[in-house]
Ligand binder design. Structure first.
Ligand SMILES: NC(=O)c1ccc[n+]([C@@H]2O[C@H](COP(=O)([O-])OP(=O)(O)OC[C@H]3O[C@@H](n4cnc5c(N)ncnc54)[C@H](O)[C@@H]3O)[C@@H](O)[C@H]2O)c1
Ligand SMILES: [Zn+2]
Ligand SMILES: [Zn+2]
Length: 361
């Protein structure tokens, strides 16, 4: 049987999103039906609706979600109805060449629900990042639902499912930020601020926040940035160097998704420094870097997919850090909105007014 629920759909490139009735099938073996309680508005949702990820419209948006397991298909053992879960867009398959080499955080064949969610007329929807959670109910692979302590509120918990985990993991898992490091984070949205807070937690001695928006830089300080650079005031590379004794940082994190910001992060590193690319570029963007600078500076250039996280390991850890007062998860929630407010939330995101708008069902 299919369940009729309301959901946010992007029908075509650049078109405003709308709330539509969709059909969500009951779970079959290996699947879970989840009653979504909260879902954050991430910049990646906007990338989808702008056609910057791919052309598989219509999209069912939303992927930073927490909720309660409504029903599970046969053979599901990791969760049971009533469990409070955060949805993950990585559910390691255990069988691909990366999983078999003991690197499940890169899994190349992550699991998703097999059945399709559709519009009322049967048109198949493409769920954003294999989730699609701006919906009262959504269908995922059971492995995408990670049980966590329900003491964390749904609005904050959902953010662990994408932006916060991506930023936290970009700094700690991909960048390897550790005690005594100097770090610069370019782009202080939800992702960048999570990287800033994580760097502080790991013992970085200096965390430089770079953004074009003064308000974002103020918020970045609340997440633990020790210095701020407004990139609209001049060359941020010079500013980062000036703040680090002329040397540059050990780890530079690009959390915007723009070639010019990549260039700035590249040149803001100290010798042997690491650049982490967590911002998502659009398909037409290209990079040009003098090869001698790549070689001569040494270090590493590392893309970060989902913060190289293992959801079953890292989601409960982030919840514990939050519940013990060491990671300010709730500070990412700028406002809670209804399903109909997603288009306006995109506009607020673009105007820099929010870190995260979170839809509560
Ligand atoms: N790699 C992953 O797994 C992953 C996961 C989630 C999100 N993302 C991506 O991370 C990026 C950030 O996401 P978000 O939700 O934090 O977005 P956001 O819109 O909330 O934040 C982006 C920030 O970058 C700033 N900015 C824009 N241009 C800039 C520039 N030239 N220099 C400095 N700062 C600039 C903006 O003012 C804003 O504060 C997006 O590209 C998103 O798609 C990647
Ligand atoms: Zn795999
Ligand atoms: Zn996201």
């Amino acid at each position: 049987m299919a369940n009729e629920v309301r959901a946010v759909v992007a029908a075509g490139k650049g078109l405003p999103v709308t709330v539509a009735t969709i059909l969500v099938p009951d779970p079959r073996p290996g699947e879970a039906l989840v009653r979504v309680q909260a879902c954050g508005v991430c910049h990646t949702d906007l990338h989808y609706r702008e056609g910057a990820i791919n052309d598989d419209f219509p999209f069912l948006l939303g992927h930073e979600a927490a909720g309660t397991v409504e029903a599970v298909g046969d053979g599901v053992v990791n969760i049971t109805p009533g469990d409070f879960v955060v949805l993950a867009w990585r559910a390691p398959c255990g069988q691909c060449r990366s999983c078999l080499r003991g690197r499940p955080w890169y899994c190349f064949d992550s699991a998703n629900a097999t059945q399709k969610m559709t519009l009322a007329d049967g048109t198949v929807l493409s769920p954003a990042l294999g989730i699609g959670a701006f919906a009262e109910l959504t269908l995922v692979a059971a492995g995408q639902a990670v049980k966590v302590d329900k003491a964390v509120g749904a609005a904050a918990a959902g953010l662990i499912g994408c932006g916060v985990m991506a930023g936290f993991g970009a700094a700690l898992n991909t960048g390897g930020v550790g005690r005594g490091d100097t770090v610069a984070v370019f782009g202080c949205g939800g992702v960048g601020d999570a990287a800033i807070a994580a760097s502080g937690l790991a013992g970085a001695r200096q965390v430089i926040a770079v953004d074009l928006d003064a308000r974002k830089l103020e918020w970045a300080r609340e997440f633990g940035a020790t210095d701020t650079v407004n990139a609209s005031d001049g060359d941020p590379v010079e500013a980062v160097r000036a703040l680090t004794g002329g040397f540059g940082v050990d780890v530079a994190i690009e959390a915007v998704g723009h070639p010019e910001v990549f260039r700035q992060a590249f040149f803001s590193r100290d010798l042997a420094g690491t650049l982490v690319q967590v911002g998502v570029p659009s398909p037409t963007m290209t990079l040009e870097v003098p090869m001698i600078e790549f070689f001569g500076r040494g270090g590493a250039l590392k893309p970060s997919w989902y913060g190289d996280c293992l959801p079953t390991r890292d989601f409960p850890m982030l919840v514990d850090l939050y519940l013990s007062g060491r990671f300010p998860l709730d500070r990412f929630v700028s406002e809670t909105i209804a399903l109909g407010g997603v288009e306006e939330a995109f506009a607020k995101m673009q105007r820099g007014e929010v870190l995260r708008s979170v839809v509560e069902m």
